[in-house]
Design a protein around this ligand. Structure first.
Ligand code: GAL
Length: 414
């Protein structure tokens, strides 16, 4: 037995040596505590396989800064080996002819079988795999500090009306009701969650996925803007410019009662050593139970002249969809596996609830792509919509003017 082990070890070492190792430069924006720990697991697995990882991280939530840097690197003819890109942008980049075709690794590893079709489709261009998904994040969460609610004598809200009642009590008790990060993408994240809550899944789809003008400029949308303004009135004056992870920290430090954010926030609670159910609670954002706004992170590989680099890209892609990585990464990142059939044993209660809602929402037509996180509409359209939301949030514009502005914004990108 020992001898056999030695032989296998020698063989695998030989294998590693005979394979030409390559350096993989990976562009990503995972720089917060929880994010960095999670992406570190991918780096570890890649290096174990014999290749080297060159970190190309560009700080800034939602990848806004990373995408700007990526464009300039690509224009100057020097794209990284791999880059975090998602949603319809995948097809936009593929159309430029700069992405590697990943069909071979996809076929060898059964991607069509292990990925839900709907998610696999996001990764394809003209039927070919050009991206590899990493995870599934749920957006419509509300992160709660239960002891603040207790001290304020407030109940955790399940509707926006209840939210207002609770927020008033929390404010009166001397706490900040909502930890907000005043950056356009964070404002848009809160807004789309409100649109889903106020309008329901069908309305969300009509407005923010299908871009139907009568839904965009409708009484329901006006109500969603009114609700956004009401929520803003419960944030603090230092919110402008604040990073999302600092807002999360306000919740676990006992300064703020709630944060509306996708479940990457869980990664921050975890690295801070906070206990779920004791120090923090994750609830569905008001009026969104049963619905799932999804956000899938993914990597594309840029075409390479060097054959070794192509081998390394395929290795990275294969590792990403392996069970080992899916567990190591997602248990830290706050997301859930994108592949089917990964054992649930190592996931916490929040992740299990996310998995269950993901499954049920798919059957009830409540599984919806996040607009704010680049899953629903082309990047330029998303940008135009986010501008309208931010402009409304930071001025005294009326809700009905904002709803009208949504239509003009969408038209301007057609
Ligand atoms: C999202 C991304 C998440 C998380 C978040 C904050 O767009 O999908 O993985 O990193 O931004 O940076």
């Amino acid at each position: 037995m020992k001898r056999l082990k030695k032989i296998t070890l020698a063989m695998s070492l030989l294998g590693a040596l005979s394979m030409s190792a390559a350096e993989v430069e990976v562009l990503h924006w995972w720089t917060s505590g929880g994010e960095a720990e999670s992406v570190g697991k991918l780096k570890g697995l890649l290096e174990k396989s014999g290749h080297t990882w060159k970190d190309f991280s560009v700080a800034g939530g939602n990848g806004v800064n990373a995408m700007t840097v990526l464009k300039s690197r690509t224009v100057s003819g020097n794209p990284p080996t791999a880059a975090q890109i998602k949603g319809p942008s995948i097809q936009e980049w593929a159309e430029l002819g700069v992405l590697s075709n990943l069909n071979d690794v996809a076929k060898a590893n059964n991607w069509d079988k292990i990925l839900p079709k709907r998610f696999a489709d996001h990764m394809k261009y003209q039927g070919n795999y050009v991206a590899v998904p990493v995870n599934v994040h749920k957006i419509n969460w509300m992160w709660v500090n239960p002891s603040i609610f207790k001290k304020a004598g407030a109940s955790i809200p399940t509707t926006w009306q209840e939210f207002e009642v609770a927020a008033k009590k929390i404010k009166a008790a001397g706490f900040i009701p909502v930890a907000a990060g005043g950056q356009p993408w964070q404002e848009a994240t809160v807004f789309e969650t409100i649109v889903l809550g106020i309008g329901g899944a069908d309305f969300y789809k009509k407005a923010l996925v299908d871009l139907d003008f009568s839904a965009l400029n409708s009484p329901t949308m006006v109500k969603a803007f009114d609700t956004l303004r009401m929520v803003k009135s419960f944030t603090d004056k230092n919110a402008p410019g604040r990073d999302w992870n600092l807002a999360t920290a306000m919740v676990y430090k006992g300064e703020a009662a709630m944060q509306f954010m996708g479940d990457w926030a869980k990664g921050e609670f975890k690295v801070a050593g906070k206990k779920v159910g004791v120090d923090y609670i994750a609830m569905d954002a008001p009026q969104t139970s049963g619905s799932y706004l999804y956000n899938i992170d993914s990597f594309v590989m840029f075409k390479q002249k060097d054959a070794d680099k192509k081998v390394a890209q395929e290795k990275l892609s294969q590792l990403i969809l392996g069970d080992e990585f899916q567990v190591l990464f997602n248990t830290r990142k706050g997301s859930v596996p994108v592949t089917l059939g990964v054992a649930r044993t190592q996931f916490d209660d929040i992740a299990l609830r996310s998995m269950d809602t993901l499954n049920s929402a798919a059957y009830t037509n409540q599984l919806l792509p996040s607009m704010a996180h680049q899953m629903a509409v082309p990047d330029a359209t998303k940008g135009a919509i986010v501008d309208v939301i931010t402009n409304f949030y930071n001025t005294k514009q009326s809700s009905s003017d904002a709803a009208k502005a949504l239509v003009s914004a969408v038209k301007s990108e057609m």
